[in-house]
Design a protein. Structure first.
Ligand code: DGL
Length: 276
């Protein structure tokens, strides 16, 4: 395997740019190919079979372009398709769920961890399984927050509406916990690519509900795991500043426009590809 080859990062759409941004901060010298499956987004309400089929076709595109490793930036695809992709492709494949679960298990003092994500991610139980690998006694409370993705994609993450929606979901999460136990939530996993964009709203809502909660970001946790793995396998590129090639399956202009909310430098030179 050539250490100068690019790293492939794919997501159901534009949200994975938050993960790409976090990885680039830790590994700026790598070249990346980012693939956003914008023609088939969202994955979060689909069946496991469909998610595996979509994720496999995205990974195939990246493998055909010679990537040395793949990061599944999408939580939903990580929850459903990681094992299938690892069986199908012969390069290292990283999901976002294990790294951030390990981070949350390390941080929690109260052994009460919350996870918010899409319906497909929460219903898969993948987070509970992963967290219990590192913290077998932790109680894990999941909540699907399907309105968060459209709010972010609409560019409304700083609006009053976003504040109200976030508050309502988090109040439900806390009510669920209180109805079942006396535990205090102290750690919350942002289990969806779009949620880091709502981080301030989430922190504000939790503070107004009287909770001191640490927020765990998938991109940051995954970036550290990727860094360690590339170092161990001596696959780290040896250059100053790498580049990113952006690919999408729908309108390239959309990635550049909405990408502004997700990254400091919005994506440029976005190319359209067809995936069957
Ligand atoms: N990228 C997805 C995730 O992280 C959110 C958007 C979707 O539903 O496809 O779960």
């Amino acid at each position: 395997m050539n250490s100068e080859a690019p790293i492939g990062v794919f997501d159901s759409g534009i949200g994975g740019l938050t993960v790409l941004e976090a990885i680039r901060q830790v590994l700026p010298g790598e070249n990346y190919i980012y693939l956003g499956d914008t023609a088939r987004v969202p994955y979060g309400n689909r069946t496991s079979q469909t998610i595996i089929r979509y994720a496999t076709s995205c990974a195939r595109q990246l493998v055909d372009r010679g990537v040395k490793a793949i990061v599944i930036a999408c939580n939903t695809a990580s929850a459903h398709a990681l094992e299938a992709l690892r069986k199908t492709f012969d390069i290292p494949i990283f999901g976002v769920i294990t790294p951030v679960s390990e981070m949350a298990a390390r941080l929690t003092q109260t052994q009460c961890i919350g996870v918010i994500g899409t319906r497909a991610t929460i219903s898969s139980g993948a987070y509970t399984t992963a967290i219990h690998t590192y913290a077998p006694d932790a109680k894990v409370y999941g909540l699907a927050c399907p309105l968060f993705v459209p709010l972010v994609e609409e560019g409304w993450s700083n609006s009053q509406v976003a504040g109200m929606v976030v508050h309502e979901y988090l109040k439900n999460l806390l009510d669920n916990i209180h109805s079942e136990s006396d535990l205090t939530l102290d750690t919350l996993i942002l289990g969806c690519t779009h949620y880091p964009v709502l981080k301030s709203r989430i922190a504000e809502a939790l503070a107004s509900l009287g909770q001191h909660v640490q927020l765990c970001d998938c991109g940051q946790a995954t970036a550290q795991v990727l860094l360690q793995s590339l170092n161990q396998s001596q696959l780290r590129a040896n250059r100053g500043l790498g580049s990113v090639n952006y690919l999408v399956t729908d309108d390239p202009a959309q990635l550049s426009a909405i990408g502004r909310s997700f990254m400091r430098e919005p994506p440029k030179n976005v190319e359209h590809i067809d995936i069957v």
